[in-house]
Design a protein around this ligand. Structure first.
Ligand SMILES: [Cu+2]
Length: 408
């Protein structure tokens, strides 16, 4: 891949950052990975909050494993659905099935639990009277603190599970093209850039009755804060001109806008000049694909990236998880040999930047996570978040969300 690409956006945003920081650029964090989050201390224990989806699912699985039927029953919604195998509706039917399962001597081990938007996916290995019986992957859907659905692939066979659907979009200097409607669930959204500037897809879910024009007007009036009726839902971050990126995202049914927030050479965000497209996400029918299993997780905090384990060369899936309090994005660039993050940011408008985009994800809300498939080669990479701080208006990279990563 040609690593020489023209980048307009970065130098423009960096100029804003310099102004916001009084003209002093903040040096990037350069660290031997991984960068671990600091351990919580007793003094910093947060106030009690409602059980999250993983805790509910874990409690349910633990109780089932222990044969604690009272707790199992208490964690099931009255209209719980068990989809796949078996196919049941209602707490009574599900309890009868679980009781029979336990009486038959089944036990299981659970691993790789991950969750997004109330959907908890995990791997299981089952034993009958202590002898290996089978393995698979299920999803538990948690609503209002209770198990609302169990999506089970047990007896369907390993290849009966739906693959993650793909939706391909193209950006040109004239706008976005791609599907008008896709099915909800986990979707791999790809973006091919046939234009002359970097373009990205920021998905925004709109409340009923709100239009693209409403969103355009609101973000024009206040470019830093989404209105209450619009929720950023991420998407693939910008490929270089001529390039291609993808992100695997969970899309809830509803009405969405695809927008591009990157400013042009005059500093005007692309969406103002037509880089907007409507997208309808429909209710999925039956079992949907499970959540991807990441090779590495990169947490987006206020204001730093935390990498769960060393990034290695090769093909892999990175999970980006927003653990902060603001909307964050991640943009991954491979630098040319000997170049730094500052060199990349300081590329003059219209000049050739010393790095190549691998994409990443656009803005996601706290608690949300999305996945990016990448192939990494040995070299120096840098992660950026360009979104503005709600208080100081400085871009997050100037506050610490700029990190160089060496991959051997
Ligand atoms: Cu950020």
């Amino acid at each position: 891949m040609n690593t020489k690409r023209i980048v307009f956006i970065l130098s423009i945003i960096f100029a804003v950052a310099l102004a916001a920081c009084g003209g002093t650029a903040v040096a990037p964090q350069i660290s031997e990975q991984p960068t671990q989050e600091p351990a919580a201390t007793a003094a910093a224990t947060p106030a009690p909050k409602p059980m999250d989806a993983i805790t509910v699912a874990q409690n349910f699985l633990d109780a089932r494993g222990a044969g604690d039927l009272e707790t199992v029953s208490a964690l099931l919604a009255e209209d719980v659905r068990w989809r796949g195998t078996p196919y049941l509706t209602g707490k009574g039917s599900v309890m009868t099935y679980i009781e029979a399962d336990i009486d038959s001597g089944f036990t299981s081990e659970i691993s790789d639990i991950r969750a997004t938007r109330g959907r908890v996916t995990y791997s299981w290995t089952a034993y009958k009277n202590g002898v290996f019986y089978g393995s698979g992957e299920d999803t538990i859907v948690v609503e209002n603190g209770l198990v609302a659905a169990i999506e089970s692939y047990t007896a369907l066979g390993s290849d009966s599970r739906p693959d993650i659907a793909e939706a391909a979009f193209t950006a040109s200097d004239a706008g976005f093209s791609g599907p008008e409607e896709i099915t909800g669930g986990w979707v791999k959204i790809s973006l091919a850039n046939e234009g002359h500037e970097p373009y990205h897809i920021q998905l925004v879910r709109l409340d009923a009755g709100k239009s693209l024009e409403d969103l355009k007007a609101a973000l024009t009036a206040n470019p830093e804060i989404y209105p209450a009726w619009a929720e950023p839902f991420g998407g693939p971050n910008a490929p270089d001109p001529g390039g291609w990126t993808a992100a695997i995202v969970y899309l809830a049914p509803g009405s969405y806008a695809l927008i591009d927030l990157i400013p042009n050479a005059e500093g005007v965000p692309h969406f103002q000049n037509g880089m907007m497209k409507a997208l309808t996400v429909t209710e999925p029918d039956g079992i949907i694909a499970g959540e991807p299993l990441p090779d590495v997780t990169i947490a987006l905090n206020d204001f730093a990236f935390f990498i769960s384990e060393p990034l290695a060369a090769g093909e892999q899936t990175i999970r980006f998880l927003n653990r902060g309090t603001q909307v964050h994005e991640a943009f991954l660039v491979r630098l040319e040999d000997g170049k730094t993050a500052d060199d990349y940011l300081n590329t003059p408008p219209g000049a050739i930047s010393p790095g190549a985009s691998l994409g990443g994800i656009t803005g996601i809300v706290p608690g949300d996570g999305q996945y990016v498939p990448v192939t990494l080669e040995p070299g120096t990479y840098v992660l950026f978040c360009f979104l503005p701080d709600s208080g100081s208006h400085a871009p997050h990279f100037a506050l610490g969300m700029m990190q160089e990563i060496a991959i051997k």
